[in-house]
Design a protein around this ligand. Sequence first.
Ligand SMILES: O=C(O)CC[C@@H]1NC(=O)NC1=O
Ligand SMILES: [Fe+3]
Length: 392
Amino acid sequence: MAGDAPYGLIEEAAIAVTPDGILWTGAEADIPAAVAHYPRHDLGGRLVTPALIDCHTHLVHGGNRANEFEMRLMGASYEEVAKAGGGIISTVRATREASEEDLIAAALPRIDTLIAEGVSTVEIKSGYGLDIDTELKMLRAARRLAALRPIEVHTTFLGAHAVPAEFKGRADAYLDEVCIPALKAAHEEELVDAVDGFSEGIAFTPAQIARVFDAAKSLGLPVKLHAEQLSNLGGAAMAASYGALSLDHLEYLDEPGVQAMASAGSVAVILPGAFYAIREKQVPPVGLFRKHNVPMAVATDLNPGSSPMNSLLLAMNMACTLFRMTPEEALAGTTRNAATALGLTDRGVIAPEHRADFAVWNAEHPAELSYRFGFNPLHQRIIGGWIDIPLA
Ligand SMILES: O=C(O)CC[C@@H]1NC(=O)NC1=O
Ligand SMILES: [Fe+3]
């Protein structure tokens, strides 16, 4: 896929790769003489796309929140769940109690599930430690996953995810005494690729997040933000003023916020799993993103509370069915736009001078990747030009 047709689809295509990446792509009939002698691997006429990229996950975490799922379905309110010690704080407790090895062991099946769907790059956030040691422990675990599996991990510091119980009512003190020092320590240990926050009434104000972003800026780190998920506090516009790589969720974003994103070149990361799981009614402004040419990415938001969803293919289907994105937009959302949301320019498209990371599908048309749900049509991944040998 790399032409001018819808999806950039090229029929009867060929891709020439070297250890440095993609050298050439086009119709097999047009293979240049310079690469005609290359050894060939016949993919049987299957559909080939860029390997998928999940640009927003919290897949490293301790414990699970199935009990809350059950409590809510037995009629408990969010407040009653929170009073019973539920919510993010419940995961914080389990994550603090888990060792780094425990976190890795619990994350491996989750990352294997993404790999099995053709994912070759995944973003993983901290944010369930909310103390310096545990935030660093989460990021170390995330980094080590890349050494244990054939996948690239991009880490995001999310210390501004929630105010921990010991700082209840003292958000600014938490930012000054824990969050910002943790960011600096994590950066010192080279554990951080980007910095995120949760701008919401139940979390931090845009002004508070801006203090974390000022620290990120002083360290030369890019930013992104969970914004306008449950209300409009102006978080997206604030983050856009920092040149945010992406703004994520965005159900309650208005047109001025979309325009601010367009001016900043920020990507809108669409997270249908959380919308579905919390039974939100307000859909993100997909029409405004189109109108103002704001690129849209699609991700799982894999987390134990608001989006315990481990399938990027299902996220693509939900983005179409729930938010009316087209299958072409959904596939761009898990390839080239997901790469842009992570600040990556070397992947996400099948084009010369890009990584030779591909997903080969038992499918005849790209729309099949969003059309089905609960079915995985992946035939194999090709990573760095090499056939990916399944681990299991
Ligand atoms: O419920 C959780 O554990 C995470 C909630 C999650 N975090 C965030 O910033 N938005 C969310 O939906
Ligand atoms: Fe999230």
